[in-house]
Design a protein around this ligand. Structure first.
Ligand SMILES: [Zn+2]
Ligand SMILES: [Zn+2]
Length: 389
C-alpha cells in the first residue's frame, strides 16, 4: 500500500509497496481517507521525540471501513469512522487506569502514528470498539480533526476544569452533566490560538456555553480567527508589552513578576462586569512563558488546565501564588473513550464549527513535508488536513 513513512529524523519517504496491516478478529480494516496535521507529527519528523523507525505518521484519522473482523458486530463495511490517537491496549480495560475510567491513560496505551503505524497510509487496522462511527453528513476532511484537535480540549473542558473543592458541595452528576455543567455561564481564558486552542475556544463558547472567552495570543490574525470561533474578547500579549514599553525578555525577578501581573490584570479587566472573575485558564500555547501569566490571571479557588506541551520547563514556578490562591492545576491528556462518543455527538449535532477549524485542506500525502514546513512557518491558522487517497 502507499504510505508516508518516517525512516529517521527528517527522512520521510512516500512508499508505494509498504506492507499492509494485519487485522485481528476484533479489528476493522479502515481505508484512511484524511488525517489532521498535528504539531506532534512535526516533533516526530524533526526528531524532537524518540520513535522506532520505520513509522507511518498520522494520528488524527477519518476513514471508511473496508472489512470487519469475524467477531465485530457494531460496524459494517462502508461506515465512516474516526479513530482516537490514544486508545487502551490492556485486556478488556482491566488495568488500574482503565478501571478508574481513564481509558485515555491506559497502562498499555496504544499511540497510533507514534508507538504503532498511523493513518498516513491507504489502510490501517484498529480495534472495532475504538473505531467511532460518525454520520456520513460530516465531511471526512473535517471529521479527521475530531479525534485529537477537538477531543483533547473537549476532555480538558468537560472533565479537568472543575476546582477540586467543588466536589465537596456539589454532586458530580450535576457538575459534569451537559445541561448543568459547571462551566456554563463562567469566564474562560485560553492561551494560544492554534490547532488545539481554536477548538477549545469554539467548544467553550458553543458547547459549554460559557459567558466570556478571552483568547490570548501574540498574533493578530490568530486573534481575529479566535473571534470567528466564538471568543468574546482578545488580547495580544506581545502588543500589550510593546505598548507599555516593557521589554519582558530582558526582565528578571521582581520586575518580571510585576510585568506579568500587569498583563494578567489587563486580561481580566476585560471582564469588568464580572469583577475580574476568571474561572478557568486553558493553556494551549505550548510555550512555558504563559504558565506564570495563567497563575496571575486565574481567580482564587479556580483551575488552570495545561493542554499544550511546552518543550522547556517553566522557570518561574509561582508556588506561593498557587498556594494562597488555592488553585487547582490540572494536566490533561487525550480523551477517554466514553467522552469520544460525546464528542462525536457534539459534532453530529453541529455544535462544533469544523468548517472554520479546518483552515487548510489542500495537502496530499506526497506533500507531507511541505505541510510540516508550512506549519512551522506559521502558514496554518487552524488545522491542516491531508488527503490520503
Ligand atoms: Zn495530535
Ligand atoms: Zn488499560
Amino acid at each position: 500500500m502507499k504510505a508516508a513513512v518516517l525512516y529517521g529524523k527528517e527522512d520521510l519517504k512516500i512508499v508505494n509497496d509498504f506492507e499492509e496491516p494485519t487485522m485481528r478478529e476484533s479489528d476493522v480494516l479502515i481505508q484512511s481517507k484524511f488525517t489532521g496535521l498535528c504539531s506532534t507529527d512535526r516533533s516526530l519528523y524533526r526528531g524532537f521525540v524518540p520513535f522506532r523507525p520505520p513509522l507511518i505518521l498520522g494520528h488524527e484519522i477519518a476513514g471508511v471501513v473496508k472489512e470487519v473482523g469475524s467477531s465485530v458486530a457494531e460496524l459494517d463495511a462502508g461506515d465512516h469512522v474516526i479513530i482516537p490517537p490514544v486508545y487502551p491496549g490492556c485486556e478488556d480495560e482491566t488495568c488500574p487506569s482503565c478501571r478508574e475510567g481513564l481509558t485515555n491513560r491506559c497502562k498499555r496505551s496504544v499511540f497510533i502514528g507514534h508507538g504503532v503505524h498511523g493513518g498516513n497510509a491507504e489502510l490501517i487496522a484498529a480495534p472495532a470498539r475504538y473505531s467511532f462511527k460518525i454520520d456520513k453528513a460530516v465531511p471526512l476532511d473535517e471529521a479527521c480533526i475530531v479525534p485529537d484537535a477537538v477531543s483533547t480540549p473537549f476532555h480538558a473542558l468537560k472533565s479537568r476544569c472543575v476546582p477540586a473543592h467543588m466536589f465537596q458541595c456539589t454532586s458530580p452528576s450535576e457538575l459534569f452533566d451537559k445541561t448543568s455543567h459547571w462551566l456554563k455561564g463562567k469566564n474562560v481564558v485560553v492561551f494560544g490560538v492554534g490547532g488545539v486552542g481554536g477548538p477549545a475556544i469554539n467548544l467553550a463558547a458553543r458547547y459549554f456555553q460559557v459567558k466570556n472567552v478571552i483568547a490570548v495570543d501574540i498574533f493578530d490574525n490568530k486573534l481575529d480567527f479566535a473571534k470567528k470561533l466564538g471568543a468574546t474578547h482578545t488580547v495580544n500579549s506581545r502588543a500589550y508589552f510593546e505598548d507599555n514599553n516593557i521589554a519582558i525578555k530582558e526582565l528578571t525577578g521582581r520586575d518580571k513578576a510585576k510585568a506579568i501581573s500587569g498583563l494578567a490584570k489587563h486580561i481580566s479587566s476585560l471582564l469588568a462586569e464580572d469583577k475580574f472573575q476568571v474561572d478557568l485558564v486553558v493553556d494551549c500555547s505550548g510555550v512555558p512563558d504563559t504558565f506564570p501569566v495563567g497563575v496571575e490571571t486565574v481567580s482564587k479557588n479556580r483551575t488552570i488546565v495545561q493542554v499544550g506541551w511546552p518543550p522547556k520547563p517553566v522557570n518561574a514556578f509561582l508556588n506561593q501564588k498557587i498556594m494562597d490562591k488555592y488553585l487547582t492545576i490540572n494536566g490533561t491528556w487525550a480523551c477517554p473513550m466514553n467522552e469520544m462518543e460525546e464528542v462525536v455527538k457534539a459534532v453530529e449535532d453541529g455544535l462544533v464549527d469544523l468548517n472554520l477549524l479546518v483552515t487548510n485542506k489542500g495537502y496530499s500525502l506526497d506533500q507531507m513535508v511541505q505541510a510540516i514546513e508550512d506549519l512551522e512557518a506559521g502558514k496554518i491558522l487552524g488545522r491542516a488536513t491531508i488527503a490520503i487517497q
